[in-house]
Design a protein around this ligand. Structure first.
Ligand SMILES: Nc1ncnc2c1ncn2[C@@H]1O[C@H](COP(=O)(O)OP(=O)(O)OP(=O)(O)O)[C@@H](O)[C@H]1O
Ligand SMILES: CC(=O)N[C@H]1[C@@H]2OC[C@@H](O2)[C@@H](O)[C@@H]1O[C@H](C)C(=O)O
Length: 371
């Protein structure tokens, strides 16, 4: 176990939109962020993405999973080999299935094989322990959001919003002593964010996403569809709560009869309305939503967010953070927390009954002895 000094950790994220792998270095002791380091991105090729897509919803050992593991591990090994100076890797893997309270949570990719390939200790399987202890296993970025708020010198509660395939919100109070202190964080998934918009674009135009929200900008929002969407049982649940990527797969059916632009506008409004519902759970108001993830590049979504939440929405770049790499940085930070025996989630972030440290550590030297 690390004793307490800061180390350069290299974190990775392969998100639900299956676009590619982000990697980022952070100098941290698992409590404070001392410095941000190099970052890099490696997109999945079309065929690789298809292999991953085929394995969505599958569990370890099932058909198509081994091929997905190979894709994930090879992409990470190739990307991470470009970095120098990392002492520890935080490897999230690719979520294929997520059913907390059911079959568990499944991130494809073996940290053992990656540790062997890189010759570095790898922390991985961050979510299982939390799920086994009764938590949602997600979101896990909130403890890192707390460290970010501290680094920004925030003196009042702030909120981070990630707009990936799924959305997640973290409210943090940086005046608390640590992220695990009662009242320091409240976090939860808000609902689908970009995933339904992407699915619509794929189904109707064979395109990956609505670039710049240009299609949505020309459409009219069908408010009754948004209202029906908000009637889903997920929104009545109190946080913390998490979502599987395809939990709202029926949303596409709800816009089936709408013209293309109206359908895009309606799904974009639904993502924003879900965040507004989420913001209603904040213990105290915040001045801004600090937005990360690809959705911050969609001005229509950002404008709808502001009008539906009544809170200014700004990309995290406005406060000096990197909105493309924040999640990869989070897994660098969490890896150091795991190595130091610090918790990575708690009752207010995943609903787990007590603060818990997830993650397994695979060290190349031990693997060499075993092998
Ligand atoms: N210029 C853009 N215009 C509109 N949408 C965009 C743009 N850039 C990215 N996006 C959206 O953001 C998505 C990618 O977001 P991101 O990389 O944050 O997702 P992810 O990390 O895979 O997801 P998650 O956080 O749910 O795991 C794209 O699939 C697209 O829908
Ligand atoms: C199970 C899983 O992989 N969940 C992801 C997903 O993508 C966004 C949202 O749903 C969030 O809950 C989580 O990722 C971020 C990095 C997290 O754990 O904080």
């Amino acid at each position: 176990m690390l004793k307490g000094g800061a180390v350069w950790a290299l974190g990775t994220m392969s998100g639900t939109s299956l676009d590619g792998v982000d990697a980022a270095m952070v100098l941290t002791d698992g409590e404070r962020i001392l410095e941000f380091g190099a970052t890099a991105y490696r997109p999945y090729s079309g065929p690789e993405r298809e292999v991953l897509r085929t394995a969505l919803g599958r569990w370890p050992g099932e058909e198509a999973v081994a091929a997905a593991e190979q894709v994930v591990e090879a992409a990470h090994a190739e990307l991470l080999a470009r970095f120098r100076g990392a002492e520890l890797v935080g490897f999230h893997g690719q979520t294929l299935a997520h059913e907390p309270g059911g079959r568990g949570t499944h991130q494809a990719g073996s940290g053992e094989r990656l540790a062997r390939a890189l010759g570095l200790p790898v922390v991985w399987d961050f979510r299982s322990a939390d799920v086994q202890a009764g938590g949602q296993g997600a979101p896990l970025a909130p403890f890192y959001h707390f460290a970010c708020a501290r680094r920004l010198g925030a003196e009042q509660p702030v909120a981070f919003l990630n707009l990936g395939g799924v959305g997640n919100l973290t409210w943090v109070d940086p005046r608390q002593a640590s992220p695990e202190a009662p009242g320091a964080c409240l976090a939860f998934d808000t609902g689908p964010a970009n995933a339904p918009i992407n699915d619509l674009m794929q189904a109707r135009f064979g395109r990956s996403h609505d670039e710049g929200g240009r299609l949505a900008a020309r459409g009219q929002v069908a408010e009754p569809v948004v209202e029906r969407f908000l009637g889903h049982a997920f929104f009545a649940r109190m946080p913390p709560k998490s979502l599987d990527r395809d939990a709202f797969a029926d949303l596409l059916g709800a816009v089936e009869g709408l013209a293309d632009a109206d359908a895009a506008a309606t799904l974009t409004a639904a993502a924003a309305a879900a965040v507004a519902r989420g913001a209603g759970h904040f213990p105290t108001p915040v001045r801004q939503l600090l937005v990360t993830g690809g959705g911050r590049r969609n001005p229509v979504l950002m404008a709808m967010l502001e009008s539906r939440t009544g809170i200014e929405a700004v990309p995290v770049e406005q406060v000096g953070l990197d909105g493309d790499m924040l999640e990869a940085q989070a897994f660098a930070y969490l890896a150091v927390r795991v190595a130091r025996g610090l918790p990575t989630s708690g009752p207010a972030t995943t609903g787990v009954s007590a603060c818990i440290g997830g993650g397994r550590i695979s060290r190349p030297e031990e693997l060499a002895l075993e092998g």
